[in-house]
Design a binder for this molecule. Sequence first.
Ligand SMILES: C[S@@+](CC[C@H](N)C(=O)[O-])C[C@H]1O[C@@H](n2cnc3c(N)ncnc32)[C@H](O)[C@@H]1O
Length: 301
Amino acid sequence: MLRFYESQTIADFYVKYRPTYSKEVANVVVNYLKRKRGIAEETQVVFDQLIDVACGAGQATSLFAPFFQRVDGIDVSPEMLKQAQQQNVFSHVIYKEGAAEKIPASDHSADLVTSAESVHWFDLPKFLQEARRVLKHDGCLAIMGSSFPQVIEPLKLPGGNEYEMGKLATKLFTKYALEGIYDVVAYNHVFNKYKDIFKAIPSNTKEYNDDLTLHFQWTLEEVVGYLKSIDSVHNVLIQKAKEFEELGVEVTEELLKPFDLSERFRSEVKAAWKVEEIPDTEVVIRGEHKMFIILVSNFNE
Ligand SMILES: C[S@@+](CC[C@H](N)C(=O)[O-])C[C@H]1O[C@@H](n2cnc3c(N)ncnc32)[C@H](O)[C@@H]1O
């Protein structure tokens, strides 16, 4: 039998519950590349090579794939790569194992290097050095990130008062997303919207964009699933599962439920909203994330 922490991978939750990026995100990045190449925004072009670093299950890779002839998605996690391969609908996209600090690509081969929701985990100087190595002389680097959902507001509650109840749910979401935090430095980069990462990039031709807000309308089931896909939340379960296994106790989902922060969020929100009797799939919620995008050109000069 597979051990719990090998059978329950974060990649499963990631594919199911992480939202895909909007077209606007692709436009900001691709228009930047066009601008730097002197190509008008309205001109349709297909660039040569994209390398998406820490591609995960391929959400950002798929967003950018139509703009390139060849695409490599690179990640250190075999589980994430397996999911990416299963979801892949493009014949020109290849997923392979590799680290941001040692990108498996030849020198000056890429028009664009992207990395979404990941750079806070990297050894930044090593990644930047590698990005510089693999980029063509007129290639660009795009680093993307997003905040945790900032508003979690129920659309309609039995007793009304959606605004106040939304504020409470947003607070609870952040509380539980952070409770299992094990790498404060990495999360601090997300909280300051990658502004310190932007500062640390040694280039005079860089831009920072935090104009885009992604709006969503999810069910409570999807918000809980999103929480499960956050590694600080997942990490608590894995840690607990290991502790039980070391004691020789058989680990089941039922056994771990009291330690599951996403389940605590679910029950507290349902009680506060007085929707215990309504299935999670019927509780509708709206919310938003802020995107932050760092764009760098002339990295090789
Ligand atoms: C939050 S996921 C983001 C996935 C994807 N880019 C997206 O936007 O959906 C973070 C990913 O970074 C990968 N990762 C973390 N550190 C890495 C490193 N040093 N090199 C390559 N991948 C890494 C993890 O395996 C995980 O798939």
